[in-house]
Design a protein around this ligand. Structure first.
Ligand SMILES: N[C@H](CCC[C@H](N)C(=O)O)C(=O)O
Length: 313
């Protein structure tokens, strides 16, 4: 089976063309997931894996966190998977069904550095207005559809994010992805001029602190409009530790429909056996990785110039 390592803003997600029933049992499948996602394994690990099937008109996909748990959706992974499907079919738009919902992926213009990009349309998000348990009382809860809680902060303190992220599993029955959103210069977006920019970092359910969380980008974008009153239709540049994306919310009939645009980079391809062992050489996408390194350097320089201290990647 061909294992493809992709990333969205350095949030590395595997894509593997296979269906869950190809493993002897659910437990064997989840052991495979943990093995290939293990950072100490021959794969170098990842922050999750999408299994996918393209035998029907719409592709189907199943996401697993690196701890073997399932999740409804992975924004960065869906961009990478979408790019693979668009390239496989030679089309500009495809629908991917995952977790009981449909996502539309569009081929998007590459960045000035020559980094491939995908624009992703998500199903309507949902705010959870119920009172949140301590210590998340002041957070905003959004399902995109996976569960996120977001706090808009005046200063980004990573140790606080990590501490709170580790408490999400005990605070929420299904766990939650925990994000801090820090508005940046010209971030009020009210002058109608500059495109507002924010910094977001997420401590992910089932994965921990990651360089980027695509669904966290979308959930944080929505929470910011909810908290600040910024027009949800405004395009906002969202910077993560690992890269840059843009998020917009289209409001239709009162429903908030997120759109996420960002890179969809292939890191390498390698044959893998169903037990997770290596079955062929690792074939690195050297040009893509070089192009992304330039984008990454520029983003790190921007974050540093804005006084943001965050681990990389
Ligand atoms: N850890 C997430 C799934 C992966 C989300 C993230 N990698 C993304 O890009 O959206 C969860 O359990 O809901």
């Amino acid at each position: 089976m061909m294992l493809v390592k992709t990333h969205g803003s350095l949030n590395e997600i595997f894509a593997l063309q296979a269906t869950p029933d190809e493993w002897a049992s659910d437990a064997v499948l989840r052991e495979f997931v943990r093995r290939v996602c293990d950072r100490s394994s021959w794969t170098g690990g990842s922050d999750g894996i999408y299994l996918y099937d393209v035998s029907g008109q719409h592709a189907r996909a199943w996401f697993f966190n690196p701890d073997g748990s399932s999740a409804e959706f992975c924004g960065n992974g869906m961009r990478g998977l979408g790019r693979l499907i668009l390239d496989l079919r030679g089309t500009d738009t495809e629908v991917v069904s995952s977790g009981g919902r449909d996502y539309t992926v569009h081929r998007a213009a590459s960045t000035p550095e020559g980094v491939r990009q995908v624009l992703l349309e998500l199903p309507p998000l949902r705010f959870d207005n119920a009172a949140l348990p301590e210590p998340f009382a002041g957070f905003t809860a959004v399902a995109v559809p996976n569960p996120h809680v977001i706090a808009v902060v005046g200063e980004y303190r990573e140790p606080d994010l990590i501490e709170l992220g580790k408490r999400a599993d005990e605070a929420f029955d299904e766990g939650a992805n925990v994000s801090f959103l820090l508005p940046l210069d010209s971030a009020d977006g009210r002058d109608g001029g500059d495109v507002p920019e924010v910094f977001v970092r997420t401590f992910e359910r089932g994965a921990g602190l990651t360089p980027s969380c695509g669904s966290g980008v979308v959930a944080s974008r929505a929470a910011w409009s909810r908290v600040s009153g910024l027009d949800p239709e405004r395009r906002v540049v969202v910077r993560n530790a690992g890269g840059v994306a843009a998020a917009t919310i289209h409001v239709r009939d009162g429903a908030w429909h997120p759109v996420l645009e960002g890179n969809a980079t292939v890191v390498y391809r390698a044959e893998v056996d169903p037990d997770g062992s290596q079955a062929g050489p690792v074939e690195w996408a050297a040009d893509e990785n070089a192009a992304y390194a330039t984008l990454d350097e520029r983003n790190v320089a921007f974050l540093t110039s804005h006084g943001i201290t965050t681990s990389h990647p």
